[in-house]
Design a protein around this ligand. Structure first.
Ligand SMILES: Nc1ncnc2c1ncn2[C@@H]1O[C@H](COP(=O)(O)OP(=O)(O)OP(=O)(O)O)[C@@H](O)[C@H]1O
Ligand SMILES: [Mg+2]
Length: 376
């Protein structure tokens, strides 16, 4: 089972897909990622792909300023495509305006739960119900306290954030047709790359600028879904503070920084008298330790649910997953294989995209995979 059918009410009922073609638009806080696929499941072909960085995207830039930049960039991109781009756009939300909860509801039909969801969901949602769009997916039956129940994924997203996303794409001349959640888009991208029946349980970690999204996928079911606010910006800020420099300088430092993991790494830097390299690593390590602790929490939570549970691999994506030697660091600390996630693995026509840029598009690919049929 996948979550391809989830989020029906978070998607707009009144904005149904008019054609089957849709583009995935990942509206990040520092850059927009666009993916347009043609074809059908198992035979996807890349039609368009773009990475549009916001010109002024430092950690302190306010949301309205980011939105204005995003509209401008997107509008210009759409204009340049001269009609070759689908008008339908699938966008996503993440962060603290989105709540994903695993809840065991009393056994009932899907229809009945649909009718009662507003009441049933209330205890699990830290927002007032009129403020959010709600959706759910029933995963399967369970018995708890001798009662028949059903394991359900409950999703609530604040209307405010949904409307903000919708306005950006509309102002750019596109039609928003579906709203997804970054975590579920990631899962979809993973399944398109590795198949839905992969027996391995994986942890997907998508590290952006503000947010890191984590999903543990077991047999096509998301078992843990979490967003944490330790990502690229936290590294930039730490560098800014320690080197007393501005955001732009810190960003360029970050691109050449390496996490020095082993004693050999450090000895090499010392032998090269590379003081800056040593210092950058010293500054970045505590931030990555915090991120590591959050990743470990997700793993521990999953592993604590059953003695037979195992996570085979960690797949990293998002812009900040490019941080020098992050993979080596996490692999050593987690004692698990850690690899870059290439969402274009099984998509034709993506050969020209450089390997190091591919993980950046993980969410956008997941969004581009959504089709009319998905929404039921
Ligand atoms: N080569 C690199 N080395 C280290 N960090 C990098 C590199 N390239 C990009 N980054 C960082 O990746 C982050 C941007 O990644 P991404 O585009 O995935 O974020 P976003 O989607 O805009 O953010 P969010 O989803 O959190 O709003 C920035 O913090 C940027 O500094
Ligand atoms: Mg992002």
């Amino acid at each position: 089972m996948t979550l391809a059918e989830a989020l029906k009410s978070i998607r707009f009922d009144k904005l149904r897909l008019k054609s089957k073609d849709a583009i995935g638009v990942d509206l990040g806080s520092t850059s927009i990622k666009i993916v347009h696929l043609k074809g059908t499941a198992g035979r996807w072909k890349l039609h368009r792909c773009a990475h549009l960085p916001l010109t002024n995207a430092g950690p302190d830039v306010a949301a309205p300023e980011r939105r204005a930049q995003a509209v401008g960039l997107l509008k210009e991109y759409v204009r340049k495509q001269k009609g070759a781009l689908a008008k339908n756009a699938v966008v996503s939300v993440s962060g603290n305006s989105v709540i994903v909860r695993f809840v065991k509801f009393p056994k009932m039909s899907r229809e009945d739960l649909s009718k009662m969801i507003v009441i049933e969901a209330e205890p699990y949602i830290p927002f007032s119900i009129p403020e959010v769009n709600l959706d759910f997916q029933i995963l399967g039956d369970v018995v708890e306290d001798a009662q028949k129940k059903m394991e359900t994924i409950l999703v609530a997203a604040k209307k405010e954030i949904i409307n903000a996303r919708v306005e950006i794409v509309q102002q750019a001349g596109l039609d928003p047709v579906m709203i997804d959640v970054d975590a579920f888009a990631l899962q979809n991208a993973f399944e398109a790359s590795f198949g839905t029946t992969t027996p391995e349980t994986v942890l997907l970690v998508h590290i952006g600028a503000f947010v890191t999204t984590m999903v543990i996928v077991e047999n096509g079911v998301p078992k843990v879904v979490r967003d944490v606010f330790i990502a690229g910006n936290a590294v930039t800020k730490a560098l800014q503070r320690n080197f007393q420099c501005d955001g732009k300088q810190a960003e360029s430092m970050k691109v050449r920084a390496q996490i020095l993991v082993t004693p050999e790494d450090r000895e090499r830097a010392m032998a090269d008298a590379n003081k800056e390299s040593l210092q950058m690593s010293t500054v970045i390590l505590p931030v990555m330790k915090d991120l590591l602790a959050e990743i470990q929490r997700s793993l521990d939570f999953y592993l604590s649910q059953g003695s037979d549970r195992q996570v085979a691999r960690v797949l990293l994506s998002g812009g900040a997953s490019r941080l020098g030697n992050l993979m080596g660091y996490l692999a050593q600390e987690l004692r698990l294989p850690v690899e870059a996630f290439d969402p274009f693995q099984r998509i034709d026509g993506a050969q020209s995209i450089a390997p190091e840029l591919r993980p950046l598009f993980a969410v956008a690919v997941g969004l581009a995979l959504r089709r009319e049929g998905d929404a039921g």
